[in-house]
Design a protein. Sequence first.
Length: 412
Amino acid sequence: MTRGTNGSDAVRAWGFMVVAATILMITMGARQSMGLFVAPLDAATGLGVAGISFAMAIGQFVWGASQPVFGMVADRWGPGRVIVVGAVLMAVGSGLTTFVQGQWSLVLAVGLLIAAGAGAGSFSILYGATAQHLPPARRGFANGFINAGGSFGQFVFAPLNRTVIESFSWMHAMWMMAGAALLTAPLAYWMRGAPKATTSGDARAPDDPGLRAQLRVAARDRSYWCLHAGFLTCGFHIAFLVTHLPGEVHLCGLSTGVASTSLAIIGLANIAGSLGIGHLGNYYRMKWLLFWMYATRAVAVLIYLAATKTPATLYAFSAVLGATWLATVPPTAGITAKLFGTRYLATLFGLTLLSHQIGAFFGAWLGGIAVAETGSYVWMWWADAALALAAALVNLPIREAAPQRAEALAAT
């Protein structure tokens, strides 16, 4: 990947990136289209939107909580085994969802099994595994490339699930996702092996201090906590939208096709956003990229509130949000790697994702309560805009070194 690096190393690095992007395509594609199942599950179980939203909110939290746990396992024994376990959990949870009858069986299937399985094949595991095979100047692009895989999964799974639900049933769509989850297991072969004990090229992590020592250092770092705070509000935003955008579309008197198309547009736009932000992270401070993405979200939500609700409005809104949707993930992971190196990146970034999913829990749950109590999502939109602005501002105090542009240029 850099001058003096042989071709086999470059091919191997690209191989890791492609495999990681493919795994994330499946796990994120399935997760990010779960909102399409709210209405069918309500019709089949009678649990109500608030009850189903609670189960999905539990899933948002568990997805985040599982990542530092699986990250610790991956940092110790390697990510391959973790990804296989995740494939099985996700497949079992998807299958069990077709048999649910009550609130707690839905929480078990959707809130625990599917969410934990997706967490085992998600950002912290895949970023941590790939970063150890790349020089620092290439990690921003690699994170964006992997993230684009997750966005492509949303672009594929949202219309695919809608088609299967309408042509057959929501149960057929769930079984299809179970089969897709199992496809990630053989891909784990490429991620086998224990992580490296040291990481060359990281200014602050030339040696292995041990996980406990590294966690103590991170706990005293104000910049790390700023990342947590911004990411928490990001989780609120994304979970609210991915869970309740279909409901918002219905309240606007538009068809379910508009909802699935909007979700697909978000995924497609985020491919460009992820790749673009990943590239820009090699040349600009990532905290400024985060600032502008969160600020853009706040402005987009305010404009949407004032606009007439038509399919064109939803599609334009989705395109703008999609450009920043999960594009916040590469710079957040990149700053974490800058601060602490890559040896325990799966754990440290996994903890930021836990904060992200605490926000996601409230975004999914409170959205259901809001519509059940008021018949509208208006107050949730206002809260979303305010939190997006707060997320933009909280990233400004982060201490981040300027990118090593000469190294980045030499790597091309």
